[in-house]
Structure formats: C-alpha cells, structure tokens
Design a protein around this ligand. Structure first.
Ligand SMILES: *[C@@H]1O[C@H](CO)[C@@H](O)[C@H](O)[C@H]1NC(C)=O
Ligand SMILES: *[C@@H]1O[C@H](CO)[C@@H](O)[C@H](O)[C@H]1NC(C)=O
Ligand SMILES: *[C@@H]1O[C@H](CO)[C@@H](O)[C@H](O)[C@H]1NC(C)=O
Length: 588
C-alpha cells in the first residue's frame, strides 16, 4: 500500500458516508459561528520546524532566484533551460513581484531589499505600457497586487504603499464600464472606453474580492470596497440562476448581468467544475469571509449553498486499487442543461470523471472551511480530496500528478462498489480506446500523440494532458491539511512530492515545466562534476512566477514551525500571498 491505510474508524465512516457525498444534502447552519481556530493546537513547547528540509527547499529557491537575477532580472519570467527572458503580464516584472514575500518568509533579507528596490522602480501607471498591453485583470490582481500587498503586510515598508495604490487604481479602472462589471482582458489606458467582458472565466471575475477588500483595509479607501460589494452582489443574486443552482458555470457573462430572463450572468455555459476556469471563485468565498465576514455575511451564505452542490455534483469516487478501504475522492466536471429533453423539467446531470491538478486546491479549501464554519464533516471531505491528489503523485511514473487525469468511476452507478477488480479494469481501459494503439480523440500532449493506457498505472484511465507546469495546488492542500490537523503524515508525503518534483524539474537556470509526467527517459546529467545517468521526464523552457510565489513557498511552510504564517493570523490569496487578518475584526 503506497499511501496510508486508514484506521478502521475511517473505514466504517467511509462505507457509511461515502455516498453521503453523492446523496445526502446535509444541513449546514448559516450565520455567525463561534470563533474557531483554524490551525491545530500545536504544543508550544515542541519545536516543529524541520530545518534540513527547509534548507533543501530554500536551496532550490535560491538556485532559481539566482537564475532569474542573473539572466532575466525584471522580466516577467525566466526561461529555465535557455536562460532567456519571457514577457507575459505587461512586463511589470511578474516574477520579481510574485517572489517578494517568499524572500521575506525564507529569511533572504538582502535579496528582498534588492528585489524591493527594483520593484519600486516599476511604473504600473505608465501610460505607454498600459496603452500597449492588454491587462489580464485576474492574473494581475492575484500576482502583482497580491504580491505587493503581502510584501507590504509582511515588511511594513511604507515605500510600498504608494505603489500599491498606483497599481490598485490601474486595475480598478477595469471596472469603469457601463454596468460596473469588469473588463477582464483589457487595454486600461485612461483614454479607451471599456465594456464589461461578454464571456469570462468564472474565476477571472469571481476571485477579485480578497485583494480589493484588503486594499480597502490598508488604504481606508471605500471605493475598492464598493466594488467588492457590487461584485459579490451579482454573484449572490445569480447563484440560483444556473442549471445547477448554487454553482456558477465555467464561463459567465459580466456584460449581461440583468437580462430579459432575469440574470443571464450565470447562464453562459452548462459546465461546472473546480479546476481551470472555476477554482478560486469558490476558494474566495471562504477566504473573503475569513477576511471581512465580520461585516459581510454574503460570502458565507454563498459558500453554504455552493459547497453543498460541490459535494453533491462534482466529487466522485474512482476505481483505483485499494479505493474501497481508503478515503479518496476526486473533483470532476459536471454538465447539465437548463431544460431536459424536449424542454422537460428534469435535465440530466452528466459527470465527466476527469480531474485536474488545478482542482487539487479544493482539499485545503474544504479543510479551512470546516474550521471557519465549524463543520467537521468538511474536514473529512478535504482530507479525501487531498488523498486523491497524493495518490496521483505517488502512482504516476514520475511521482508527479499530470495536469489532467481521467479515472474510472466506481463500478456501480451509486459509487458504492469500489472493490478493485483487475479484469474489470482491463476491460474498461480497453473500451476507453486506450491500449489499442489508436490515438484518442482530442488527446493532446507535447508530441501530438497519446500514450496507450495499457502502460498506465492501474487506476489511470486516460491522461489528456500529461504535463506538469510547476503547479502548487497539491502541496497547497497538503500544507493546509498539516496545519489544520497537525498530522505528521502530511509532511512525509509532501517531502516525497518535493523530491520527485525537484528531481525532474531542476534545470541549468532554474526549474522547468515538464512535457509529460507519464513518460520518463534516460538522461545524462552532471552532478558535482560527475556524469550520472538518470531516468527523467522531458523538460519545457518555461518557469511560471507561481513557482516562486506558491509552490516553493508552500513546501517551505510545510516544513517550517507552524507559527510561521499561521493560518490564524494570515489568509493566503490564490497566489499564496499572505494578507494579514487584522486582529479584532477577523471575519469569524
Ligand atoms: C535600497 O534602497 C534604499 C533607499 O534608496 C537604500 O538605502 C538601500 O541601500 C537599497 N538596498 C539595496 C540592497 O539595494
Ligand atoms: C437559492 O436557493 C436556496 C435553496 O433553495 C435558498 O436557500 C437561497 O435563499 C436561494 N438564493 C437566492 C439568492 O435566491
Ligand atoms: C476491499 O476490497 C478488497 C478486495 O476486493 C476486499 O478484500 C476488502 O474486504 C474490501 N474492503 C472493504 C473495507 O470493503
């Protein structure tokens, strides 16, 4: 057994409540709950840092940081194989800004001072940049605004505040549209007329509250808060308008907030998920409640409706070896039209059992929500989702979960029958078209061909995107599970994840995304002047700024003492930038 066997208490709970996820709508109390601590009550007498592991993470961080500093200073990104520069987000030095708070957290003070001085020279309001660049509002808010905010909250360096306001106002101008809803990818020059986006990813519109709410707190400027209120109002009013009331579809229509049929905002699509397009729109309900729930109940109310439907429609149990005795669920993708066949009133809900690395954050989201809303059952949901991602890491050929992974649902429709059965598995994976050698439909990987799943580990049915983009979501949930439960198990599985990731991604100038986590090749590499032959995955010349902001930070914090960025004092935005929870006005 590669992952932890569950205690018998869990096994019983699993049998009883596994289908609760699918069937039971359990009643959650809405309204203010008693103040609860998010983190486990760690004994203050015990030193819980794991300095050797922390140093290992810091060494890798410095390797990549040095590459960036020497070869791509002030560019948005570094190309980790060639040492080239990459511009991606208007050339405002995304990697520099995104890494600021990690430098502070890792105690790299000289590097931080140097990086901060450079950041202060970035001209976010410069008309020529703004005029020549379409600003991605979501990415710029979570990376740039979030990065500056966390650097400010952690360092208290007053020089950052004017930059925060300068950038905040540029980004806030995306809301200067006829109906006040944002233009999500937009030329923000003052002279252009802006319109709200007609089609936008749910997350691009639904994950802007936290940064603007914190900006209102630190500047005292109410205009940012009015925007947060307007936006959350639209989400709250439209929450029951979609074909799965309680959830918003993957794409929304900010331009048509008020349509002839009521609210058309949430009827742009009939697909629902927790991965790409949607993810942080749900995460921010929980986190914004944490930040400002003492004055706004709307986020908690939306979360209660949404989380119930997530558990009912999006999570599934999969047929993987040992699934019947392990607590594992995966987030999938649900589709449901507004009306059934012939306009009938009972449309069917289809569940695509494809899970995404991006959706792995949901384990941490449920774990945090369980504490914030005092709902222990959600901790178990969070644990099961995190287990699913850990399982995918532990069982892929590279030790890293692929970008997307299709699984076989448990063999009976109610999801109850999860006993592993080799012949059933073999038949189903043959039927899925894999293993026959024929390329699967819309199966994309870097070389344009799909790998037959006969070579896949048991449980992996299809892998439409086998890449690894240096993403953080799995370690994010592992980190939250550790901080919430205090169970050392999470640090052990996290350490294995870290080692696999470094082994395959380390490159001359930093760390490189991987073409495929599912295929490894023999490669000769040099280590301390000696040639060693290793079996490694193929690398891409790409290293996103979230490698510094999120992935390496979460690993570092996983092995640090739990008092460093305590989840009782900080809320991390979706780019892992910590914002201070102001004492006395915490949202719960
Ligand atoms: C950063 O700027 C400050 C103020 O201009 C200066 O005193 C300091 O030496 C600079 N630090 C570094 C590391 O460049
Ligand atoms: C949505 O539906 C739920 C459940 O029926 C209800 O409690 C809630 O008030 C509704 N919300 C809105 C905004 O209509
Ligand atoms: C799980 O499945 C195995 C083999 O199919 C079986 O032996 C075992 O009893 C099952 N465990 C549970 C808890 O159902």
């Amino acid at each position: 057994m590669l992952w932890r066997n569950v205690p018998s208490r869990r096994a019983i709970a699993a049998t009883l409540s596994v289908c609760a996820i699918v069937f039971l709508i359990h009643v959650v109390t809405v309204g203010p709950s008693a103040p609860t601590q998010i983190q486990h009550r760690f004994p203050s007498s015990r030193r819980l840092a794991q300095p050797e592991r922390q140093d290992a993470v810091k060494r890798e961080f410095l390797h990549a940081w040095t590459g960036y500093r020497d070869h791509a200073w002030m560019a948005d990104g570094l190309r980790p194989l060639s040492g080239g520069r990459k511009q991606q987000f208007c050339g405002w030095s995304a990697t520099l800004v995104d890494a600021l708070d990690s430098l502070i957290i890792m105690g790299l003070d000289d590097e931080f001072q140097e990086a901060l001085n450079a950041t202060l020279t970035v001209d976010f309001g410069g008309e020529d940049v703004v005029e020549n660049c379409d600003v991605n509002l979501f990415e710029s808010t979570i990376r740039y605004l979030g990065g500056l905010m966390a650097a400010y909250d952690l360092s208290n360096d007053e020089r950052i505040l004017p930059k925060l306001i300068e950038l905040g106002d540029v980004l806030h101008s995306a809301f200067a549209t006829p109906n006040g809803m944002p233009c999500t990818v937009c030329n923000l020059a003052t002279t252009t007329t802006k319109e709200a986006a007609e089609t936008a990813a749910l997350a691009d519109v639904g994950s802007l509250y936290l940064e603007f709410a914190r900006l209102a707190q630190v500047t005292g400027d109410e205009k940012y808060m009015r925007t947060v209120d307007m936006l959350s109002g639209v989400f709250a009013r439209s929450q029951n308008d979609s074909s799965i009331p309680g959830l918003w579809p993957e794409t929304v229509n900010p331009r048509l907030v008020d349509g002839p049929q009521g609210y058309d905002f949430a009827r742009r699509s009939s697909r629902y998920g927790l991965g790409a397009m949607s993810d942080s729109a749900y995460e921010y309900l929980v986190k914004t409640h944490l930040l400002i729930g003492h004055t706004r109940s709307v986020f908690g109310t939306m979360w209660h409706l949404a989380s119930r439907q997530i558990k009912r429609y999006l999570l599934f149990r999969a047929l993987i070896p040992g699934a019947n005795e392990t607590d594992v669920v995966f987030p999938g993708i649900a589709s449901r039209s507004l009306t059934g066949p012939g306009g009938s009133r009972s449309p069917q809900t289809l569940l695509e059992t494809r899970t995404e690395h991006l959706a792995c954050f949901a384990g941490g989201m449920f774990a945090m929500a369980s504490r914030i809303f005092n709902n222990p059952e959600d901790l178990y949901v969070g644990e099961q989702i995190t287990n699913g991602c850990v399982w995918a890491y532990q069982n892929s050929p590279s030790g890293i979960m692929p970008e997307t992974l299709t699984l076989l649902p448990c063999s009976i429709n109610d999801g109850r029958q999860c006993d592993w059965d080799d012949s059933y598995w073999a038949a189903e994976s043959r039927q899925s078209g894999a293993g026959s050698g024929t390329p699967e439909e819309d199966c994309i990987d870097a070389y344009g061909d799909c790998q037959p799943s006969s070579r896949f580990p048991p449980g992996f049915l299809q892998v439409k995107d086998p890449s690894y983009k240096l993403r953080p979501e799995a370690v994010e949930s592992v980190f939250v599970m550790w901080r919430v439960t205090g169970d050392e198990y999470w640090r052990e599985v996290g350490w294995d994840m870290f080692q696999s990731i470094i082994e395959h991604t380390r490159s001359p100038f930093g760390h490189a995304a991987l073409f495929s986590t599912m295929e490894v090749y023999q490669r000769d590499t040099y280590e301390r002047g000696l040639m060693v032959r290793k079996v490694l995955a193929r690398q891409m010349d790409d290293m996103e700024s979230f490698w510094f902001a999120e992935t390496l930070k979460y690993f570092y914090l996983l092995f640090s003492d739990p008092s460093l960025i305590s989840l009782d004092e900080w809320v991390l935005n979706t780019e892992a930038h910590p914002f201070r929870l102001t004492r006395g006005i915490r949202g719960f």
